[in-house]
Design a protein around this ligand. Structure first.
Ligand SMILES: [Zn+2]
Length: 76
């Protein structure tokens, strides 16, 4: 089982963590509300966890253009 981090805006792969080296607490899951966890964390059929986050460039883009933040996916 592994955890994949992917930008929810542009789809860039941000990295992968194997759960042998990551503890649940270290991932910051417990600082998220239950709704945020359901929105951001997806488990695929193989049991791998996918985290939808913002990459640095998309984070900057949404900071400069807050209206983009409402759109789930503006670059494919
Ligand atoms: Zn991005």
């Amino acid at each position: 089982m592994a955890i994949y981090y992917q930008c929810r805006q542009c789809g860039t792969e941000m990295g992968t963590i194997s759960t042998s080296e990551a503890k649940h607490r270290d991932l910051g899951f417990d600082v998220l509300s239950r709704q945020e966890q359901e929105e951001m964390i997806h488990v695929d059929q193989a049991g791998h966890v996918h985290m939808d986050i913002l990459c640095e460039s998309c984070h900057e883009a949404t900071a400069l253009n807050p209206e983009l933040h409402e759109q789930k996916r503006w670059v494919h």
